[in-house]
Design a protein around this ligand. Sequence first.
Ligand code: UT7
Length: 332
Amino acid sequence: MPNSKITGVGMYVPEQVVTNADLSKLMDTTDEWIIERTGIKERRFFKEGVDTVSCMATKAAKIALERAGKTAPDIDLIVFATLSADYNFPGSGALLQRKLPFRQIPAFDVRAQCSGFIYALSVADQFIKTGMYKNALVVGSEVQSNVFELSDRGRNMSVIFGDGACAVVLEATDEPNKGILTTKLHTDGHFAEELYLEHPGSRRKQRFSPDMIEKGELLPYMNGKLVFMNALKYFPEVIREGLDACNLKETDIDLLIPHQANARITAAIQKEMNLPDEKVISNIHKYGNTTAASIPIGLCEAWEQGRVKDGDLIVMAAFGSGFMWGSAVIRW
Ligand code: UT7
């Protein structure tokens, strides 16, 4: 049975840098509050007409393909993780497919929010392991700056999230003990409404009504404290589950790439796993929480900085809306 390994990674973030000071002009918040509670100093906001979710993914994909020594026609499958697709339907996978000279390959979206990249990676990995496809493009891309309100009532979420994209090329390999060793995925839908955006959903006869904007019903809701507490429980649990499945220990980890939800969450996982700073990726200060793009952006920057070396054990983990969570254990 072949394994799948990442052979190219590329990222794209919008040009516009938005600092905490910029946000404090629009709402009742401060640089100190945001840094102390989240570790975020700045984030990127998309430019309308330039940075759609699929356009950003295309830019990231081009870099990933080039680094993998591949061209678009080599790709057999696109798995696109996003919670902020360009359209309600079809998914952004289809839009990415038409932007580069891909063949008429399957291209679909995965909706797993903050865990989107781990889920998408796992889906692509299964297709490669079964031998159905040889080369896959796995993408995480988000435009979130326009879903929150840059106002006092939106401040609890709007200071946290940012925009960005990243893509990886996943290839079949026969090298033993190389590539994705395992992925572990979980969901507990009892918590669906603890971090969610209800509208425009299909539950109501009328998907939109004029008063929804005024009532703030088009804004996402997050029970921050509950999400935080569950993240502290499930991140270490799912990392250990992945390591156990491969007969590996925490001391074997060369690089941990956690979903960038909050610098305090990352620090707590690091402490629990007893890992030194150089083995844990933390870049939330630059990008905020980019949801499905955060893990691959972490990988991309680490790779560009020479922190990912042949034979390294890379562990990725995510937790978020759903609740959904997961991990991937990778031998580079
Ligand atoms: O990607 C995965 C999903 N998301 C997460 O993993 C997020 C997990 N949760 C968190 O990171 C934290 O819960 C937050 C960063 C969202 C919030 O931190 P917190 O320590 O849980 O703060 P809080 O929500 O309890 O708010 C504390 C205070 C409140 O005021 P009062 O009630 O104590 O007077 C809030 O109204 O801070 C206030 N507050 C703000 N103040 C300044 C909320 N947002 C802001 C803000 N600026 N932007």
